[in-house]
Design a protein around this ligand. Structure first.
Ligand SMILES: NC(=O)c1ccc[n+]([C@@H]2O[C@H](COP(=O)([O-])OP(=O)(O)OC[C@H]3O[C@@H](n4cnc5c(N)ncnc54)[C@H](OP(=O)(O)O)[C@@H]3O)[C@@H](O)[C@H]2O)c1
Length: 223
């Protein structure tokens, strides 16, 4: 089995910027799988509203980003690239020692569609690792469609999640976490220094979606 024997049951999942579609979509799927989920926001009130909107999925609570970062076992970063560095800099202490999962795609948009933005550190995930030297940064969930995650008609999500990082125990754990979403496999995708092209590939997937009016995902064959 590709995710190994790692057990993630009982781990709570915090989502910074969890009031957006990506955060809410992931929150919904992890709550359906039985995880306690904490939605984070710059406004505790907005977080509580978002959590309430997902009430039927399972145990979801809302709080300020800092409280979520301090409390959750695993913390997913789901904010726009614009606010990424500043938010993580402000949460360095809360996130120390934790597995931090970065799904941020640094993209620009113009008349030709989406394109990858240059990032000084190489990628958003490497920026997170540079800002959070005391955390175990993993890159994952870049290509999942929030629309699909939030769609109650979609029981099985048809895609693989590439999981990148320099800490084997942490990538194993995040692979297993991806695997709690029915239909999804977490597949190891290399070291953090190779996160740029995984983030950038999202621009290609957005082009596929626009051409074919789809919510495309990727599958890795022969594993
Ligand atoms: N949407 C997708 O299908 C998808 C798929 C894969 C990956 N992603 C990645 O996931 C991330 C979130 O995507 P999204 O579509 O959910 O984005 P979004 O709705 O634009 O933003 C998510 C949340 O981030 C918070 N936020 C916005 N600007 C911020 C700032 N400057 N500093 C701190 N927090 C800020 C907001 O929450 P509060 O105002 O409540 O604080 C907002 O609700 C992006 O980096 C994206 O590349 C998205």
């Amino acid at each position: 089995m590709i995710g190994g024997m790692t057990d993630v049951s009982g781990l709570s999942i915090g989502i910074l910027g969890g009031t957006g579609d990506q955060g809410k979509g992931l929150a919904r799927r992890f709550a359906l799988a039985g995880h306690e989920v904490l939605i984070g926001s710059r406004s505790a009130e907005r977080a509580q509203e978002a959590a309430a909107s997902l009430g039927e999925a399972g145990p979801v609570r809302g709080a300020a980003n800092a409280a979520v970062a301090a409390e959750a076992d695993i913390v997913i970063v789901a904010v726009p690239y614009d606010g990424h560095r500043a938010l993580l800099e402000s949460l360095r202490d809360e996130l120390a020692g934790k597995i931090v999962v970065d799904c941020v795609n640094p993209l620009g948009f113009d008349k030709q569609g989406a394109y990858a933005l240059p990032v000084e550190e190489g990628s958003a995930a490497q920026q997170a690792a540079a800002v959070l030297p005391g955390s175990r940064v993993v890159a994952a969930f870049h290509h999942v469609s929030a629309v699909v995650l939030l769609d109650p008609a979609v029981e099985k999500v048809d895609l693989d999640v590439l999981v990148l990082g320099d800490d084997r125990e942490a990538t194993d754990l995040v692979q297993a976490l991806a695997g709690v979403i029915p239909g999804v496999r977490g597949v190891y995708g290399g070291r953090l220094r190779n996160a740029h092209q995984v983030e950038a590939l999202t621009a290609n997937i957005i082009s596929v979606n626009r051409r074919y009016k789809a919510h495309a995902g990727i599958r890795i064959t022969d594993v």
